[in-house]
Design a protein around this ligand. Sequence first.
Ligand code: TXA
Ligand code: MG
Length: 336
Amino acid sequence: MKTELLKITDDLSPLKVAGEIIKNGGLVAFPTETVYGIGADGLNATAVRKIFEAKGRPSDNPLILHIAKYADAEKIGYMNPMAKKIAEHFWSGPVTVIVKKKSIVPDAVSAGLDTVAIRMPSSQIASRLIEYAGTPIAAPSANLSGKPSPTRFIDVCDDLNGRVDMIIDGGSCNIGIESTVVDTTGELPVILRPGGITREQLEEIFGEVEVEKHKKEGSSDYKPKSPGMKYLHYTPKAKVTVFDGDAVAKISAQLEENVKKGIKTGVFCKDTSSYPCENIITWGSSASDMANIMFAAFRDFDRMGVDEILCELPGEDGLGLGVRNRIFKSAGFDIR
Ligand code: TXA
Ligand code: MG
């Protein structure tokens, strides 16, 4: 398939063409404030199935429906009081609500569940694209299944050029990790996937919020409510190893050992002067800085051809919870 590339800067009107592609059952990769998504008409089961094919995504992993105005949420799901409150405080923005679905939503989107995930992105490009398409857009992250989510145009091209009808170049995504997925069907809000809206922000509104624990795949009590959480995720080609606690001492020792063994090693850390390493990328000074470049850095380490990435971790506050969740999964829960 020939993929059309469309660069968007200030003028959003060229997105009409992209909207037409979606209307006609095609696939368009587009930026949002979190990560790039690969979108199709969310009410057209045939179009939605193409997403799974293009990504190599298991079909039991449901998709998020993206909307541009609140009224559309009511058309696809039963917006309960908790979901409404989240929408009121955080939409448009990086949070997705899980609500009971309406019958208009194809099974291909919900993967047979009786719920649907709904999100209203704040990205102007995403929002305008949805308006032009005139339908909710089903969109997972625009990576091949298992790879780090793309936050830059070049990363989307690496994964999807030739697999979708169009890729929109809208520059880099602001947040860098995906939306927070919140199950609103129970008594308390449950964070199924930590992301762009933090636990603290939700606690401010609701008082108490539950966070679904991520567990190592294969452990006997591992039955995630969010089907996507059980798959191998966010993995660069290089092995990722994360270090908690006194990371500098532990990483320095590991680095020395790797050099002796001839293992080409990258370090992803706060302060690059901490390590004598050529393949080193700083993640900045806060968890939100790290969220912003984490997926891009993983892909850059692969371009450098490193065999192993040694990673420092931020704390659990703010975006740290989401960053740690993604990194733990990238590392296959190998935490030293
Ligand atoms: O920021 C984001 O959310 C990005 C951008 C493109 O909007 N999208 C994204 O989609 O991350 P995806 O498909 O990569 O992740 C969606 C997550 C998966 O873990 C999926 O299992 C979960 O949401 N999910 C979707 N529908 C669900 C449902 N009905 N119940 C529980 N979890 C659901
Ligand atoms: Mg994804």
